[in-house]
Design a binder for this molecule. Structure first.
Ligand code: FUB
Length: 336
């Protein structure tokens, strides 16, 4: 049974989505993508409606439910990135040795998503991009977990996120093609669902430090979730640690849920546990989960303020609670 909780819209003045959130120097920083509306908004299965030309950084003074939210402004734009095509989708930032590394997906000039890295001296930027994309990078929606001094990137997204065009980290067709539910490269029925990926980053944070590995979500019998399971992975990976367990969380895309699975190490496998958030207004649902001053928070987005336009999303936050077994208490996505 999903429970209704108090939620707060964080930035009524602008449309932003896909929050990645971290606590740096005792303060909450949000790294969202930036929704746009103009004549080129075309809603389709490959995500052409998500235009996105730049990134802003937000921060919150103190309690996320009440603290003042600051928009630090534009910290990087398409025009700053030498290899740019279009669409700066969900990014994430991590700190190492006093530098802040932003990892972002962007389509190159051939319409293929690759990963860029940009570096700043402060969490609020500005971020200076590297001249080339990460070697061997593909697909979208990165989230970086720091664990025991190493940094791991979780990434991947189906359809417009192009994950179905890769097997064992090799492109099996032009990733710019077949970004729809009809793709011949998608599994069907009781075939295993396509997994997200995880990769350890190189010590200089600028490349993959190994071959990306599949993030397998299994059921209570240890069987991988099936392609037709409404709880299977689609996009929006986010992993956090609590009480020694690794919580791999994600969006199910076309079934519009945020779900989670729990494992014993960064690579999984992760055992499916349940729903974090039931469907919101808008097609996409995407989130980050952090602990701050002893409480846990879910940051996410919906399309209520734009009247349901799926490409104009607004950032929200609410408290997240766990039961005595460490299971997440499901939150209702619709507030009214
Ligand atoms: O914002 C563009 C895309 O929509 C993201 O990469 C997905 O996670 C979905 O929110």
């Amino acid at each position: 049974m999903a429970k209704k909780v108090v939620k707060r819209y964080l930035l009524p003045a602008d449309y932003m989505a896909d929050p990645s959130v971290h606590v740096f120097n005792g303060k909450i920083y949000i790294y969202p993508s930036h929704d746009w509306e103009d004549d080129s908004n075309v809603e389709d299965d490959s995500g052409d409606q998500y235009i996105m030309k730049d990134y802003h950084v937000l921060s919150i003074d103190g309690d996320p439910m009440t603290g003042t939210v600051t928009d630090h402004g534009k910290v990087i734009g398409l025009e700053d990135i030498a290899w740019h095509g279009r669409q700066l989708w969900d990014c994430d930032v991590q700190e190492k040795d006093g530098k802040y590394y932003m990892f972002f997906p962007m389509k190159d000039k051939n319409e293929v998503f690759r990963h860029g890295v940009a570096i700043a001296d402060r969490p609020e930027g500005p971020f200076i991009p590297q001249p080339e994309p990460v070697h061997g990078s593909y697909s979208i929606d990165m989230a970086i977990l720091k664990d025991n001094g190493e940094y791991y990137m979780y990434f991947g997204g189906l359809w417009g996120g192009q994950l179905q065009s890769y097997r064992d980290n090799i492109g099996i067709e032009d990733p710019a093609k077949n970004n729809t539910p009809d793709s011949p490269n998608l599994p069907h029925g009781d075939q295993p669902a396509l997994p997200s990926r995880v990769v350890k980053l190189s010590p200089d944070m600028l490349q993959f430090g190994e071959e990306p590995k599949p993030v397998v979500v299994v059921d209570e019998n240890g069987e991988p979730l099936k392609a037709d399971d409404p709880h299977r992975f689609f996009e929006a990976s986010w992993t956090f640690k609590k009480d020694g367990k690794y919580y791999f969380t994600y969006s199910t895309g076309d079934s519009h849920l945020l779900c989670y699975a729990v494992g014993d190490n960064v690579y999984g496998p992760f055992t499916y546990k349940g729903v974090i958030l039931t469907p919101v207004v808008g097609w996409t649902t995407h989130h980050a989960i952090i602990e701050f001053e002893g409480k846990w928070y879910l940051f996410h987005h919906d399309s209520v303020p734009s009247g349901g336009k799926s490409w104009l999303r607004s950032l929200k936050v609410c408290e997240l609670t766990f039961d005595e077994n460490g299971d997440i208490e499901t939150i209702e996505g619709i507030d009214e």
